[in-house]
Ligand binder design. Structure first.
Ligand code: SF4
Ligand code: SF4
Length: 197
């Protein structure tokens, strides 16, 4: 019984293989080696695309999506109200938090009645999409143009409030105005909006 031959196509990039005999020059491989060496050699004189990071750093855009910051308001109070919308919108499930109720003597620390006692971002999970920034109703979380530094230990990539909340010192606050459109900046000047007070 003769076996029926079938042809299966698994890709559109199939190539016809010829059985043609190699010429003498092809058989000795020498011209092909020289051609390859010339290509390699020509790259020595081309502009290098690599840099000696971290000694040399590339200029990155001001609206680059890097390490997050948890913002304070003008009076230095933490803006985050632990609503969880950032965690809910995070496609990488990188954000975890524990909420707590503000006490009477903590009015100067937290802007809202509820605040994030614990707020953590797993930077190994984060894909820096910026959805947490967009979801936040309190303008509490923003991404910055700072790159998350490398580290050998996985646990060092869990960023807690100690690394995320911006400094109290007004001169050391993180400027995020470049990330906001002109329309948003105009809206923020409107004192009739309770959102701005
Ligand atoms: S930038 Fe994206 S992935 Fe990273 S914490 Fe925010 S929502 Fe999650
Ligand atoms: S950062 Fe914003 S969205 Fe996330 S819990 Fe705090 S207030 Fe809510």
């Amino acid at each position: 019984m003769t076996e029926e031959k079938k042809t299966y196509t698994f890709t559109t990039r199939s190539k016809v293989v010829s059985n043609k005999k190699m010429t003498f020059m092809e058989k000795i491989y020498f011209p092909a080696i020289i051609k390859g060496m010339l290509i390699t050699f020509s790259h020595l004189f081309k502009k290098k695309t690599t840099i000696q990071y971290p000694e040399v750093k590339r200029n990155i855009a001001e609206i680059y999506r890097g390490k997050h910051v948890l913002k304070r308001d003008d009076e230095g109070r933490e803006r985050c109200t632990a609503c969880g919308l950032c965690a809910l919108s995070c496609p990488a499930e990188a954000i975890t938090m524990i909420a707590a109720e503000r006490k009477a003597d903590e009015m100067h620390l937290y802007r809202e009645e509820k605040y994030a006692k614990v707020y953590e971002i797993n930077m190994l999970r984060c894909i820096f999409c910026g959805l947490c920034e967009e979801a936040c109703p309190k303008e509490a979380i923003f991404l910055t143009n700072e790159i998350v530094p490398s580290n050998y230990e996985r646990e060092n990539f869990i960023y807690g409030k100690d690394k995320l909340v911006e400094p109290m010192d007004k001169d050391k606050r993180i400027d995020i105005s470049k990330r906001q459109t002109t329309a948003v900046l105009e809206f923020k000047k409107d004192k009739n909006q309770s959102h701005n007070n």
